[in-house]
Design a protein around this ligand. Structure first.
Ligand code: PLP
Length: 425
């Protein structure tokens, strides 16, 4: 039982301290006792806890939307606040559909997503996700969607193929799928700029997303980027897509937005999408009771102000470079480490039975789960993901430490992980 939080550490009921090396799942970017965020929440609860968005907007929601838009890439111009990542993705899927419908293109109904992806656990978002394990039990309830290959060069780049050629080849699969479905029937494509939970912090090959943007534009397909995990500074850019030099039509953010202080997510969309609906029916037919919750918005606003005022995104770049060097120094030569990849303070280590053949461990061994437990015993929280049963992906652990972590704290976390790895492998 967690009973306290102190900076980068969680404290359990026995008083044991754990370095929060993954923020749960990349949530706690500011650590656990940020005074500014706590004060903003208290002040907002006292002033106004709730006013339904069917009647009112609120100051913190307006201010947070303005600040997000001021820093958002491309022509993202409007914000729709929800309570988390799955809701942001559900909203994006429905917005894409309604946009095409209002423009007289009601035949556009296909969403294309990627294999080995995760976009949330509600049925629409789960349908979009391509993670076989998460989908299996609910398969009869899921909407049929296309899943093209992920951009996962460690496992899938061919021998002798350059990274750029691999990126282009993988992106071109989107065009092939659009043509197979019939371009006039495709509504949107969804992907994470850096794949989080399912692959373990895997960025795309250079040029991949530029080509994806080109293909979407060519066929009038909306590009939805899911930055629920990798957004809000985690990769060393406020928005992960900045590193790719592209902007989406719809952007989903969540975890780092509330930094764990409040449940909040958001969907940002371009002016063109907003205008099509505003000038059409005038009403986005979607919503939840807690849309734009004032207290959640106040927390999100304070989090974003902290990121900006303390220049924490630049700190992520600096600490991220330190972390990468330390991570590689400790683990790159380990006989069971196949790959280390990531960006900023978002890193994955993929463990394999045999390095040369990139052969994953037998999933029955439960290597990722054992690593999670051993690390926990050593006082480190890290996020595990078991390898896939089709043998395409090994076990990995994801590391997403708080942006405020010192170099010494990061070293301590890697020491703990090293001890855990030594115990398990
Ligand atoms: N999208 C991505 C990329 C995620 O990693 C997650 C959660 O891990 C979600 C969506 C769902 O977010 P939530 O758990 O807040 O509903």
């Amino acid at each position: 039982m967690a009973v306290g939080g102190d900076g980068c550490f969680l404290i359990d009921a026995s008083g044991k301290r754990y370095f929060d090396g993954s923020g749960g799942a990349a949530v706690s970017c500011l650590g656990h006792s940020n005074e500014r965020v706590v004060a903003a929440i208290k002040a907002q609860v006292e002033r106004l806890a709730f006013a339904h968005t069917g009647f009112f907007t609120s100051e913190p929601a307006e201010a947070l939307a303005d600040l997000l838009i001021a820093h958002a890439p491309g022509d993202l111009d409007r914000v729709f606040f929800v309570s988390g990542g799955s809701e942001a993705v559900e909203s994006a899927i429905k917005l894409a559909r309604q946009y095409h419908l209002e423009r007289g293109e009601g035949q556009r109904r296909h969403l294309i997503a990627r294999k080995q992806s995760y976009h949330g656990n509600t049925l629409g978002a789960l349908s979009a996700g391509g993670n076989a394990w998460r989908r299996a039990q609910f398969a009869p309830l899921l909407t049929e969607m296309s899943h093209i290959d992920a951009c996962y060069e460690y496992a899938e780049r061919r021998e002798g193929e350059s990274l750029e050629t691999y990126g282009q080849r993988t992106a071109d699969a989107l065009e092939t799928e659009i043509l197979r479905l019939g371009p006039e029937t495709v509504m949107a494509f969804i992907a994470e700029p850096v794949v989080g939970a399912t692959l373990g912090a895997v960025p795309a090959a250079p040029g991949y997303f530029a080509r994806i943007r080109e293909i979407c534009d060519k066929y009038g397909v909306l590009l939805i980027l899911d930055e629920v995990m990798c957004g809000m500074g985690r990769t060393g850019h406020l928005f992960a897509c900045e590193a790719e030099g592209i902007a989406p039509d719809i952007l989903c953010i969540a975890k780092g937005l509330g930094a764990g202080y409040q449940p909040i997510g958001a969907m940002l969309c371009s002016k063109a999408i907003y205008d099509a609906i505003a000038g059409g029916s005038g009403f986005f037919q979607h919503g939840h009771t807690y849309l734009g919750h004032p207290v959640a918005a106040a927390a999100g606003l304070a989090v974003l102000q902290e990121l900006l005022d303390r220049d924490l995104v630049a700190q992520v770049q600096a600490r991220g470079a330190y972390f990468e060097t330390a991570l590689r120094a400790r683990f790159a030569q380990h006989p069971h480490v196949g790959d280390i990849r990531g960006r900023g303070l978002f890193w994955g280590i993929e463990f394999v039975a045999e390095r040369d053949g990139k052969t994953p461990f037998d999933p029955a061994l439960g290597v990722a789960g054992k690593l999670k437990k051993a690390a926990f015993d050593e006082g480190l929280v890290c996020y595990p993901m078991a390898g896939t049963r089709d043998g395409r992906q090994g076990d990995h652990v994801l590391l997403a430490p708080p942006f405020i972590a010192s170099e010494a704290e990061l070293d301590g976390a890697l020491d703990a992980l090293g001890r855990a790895v030594d115990r398990v492998l």
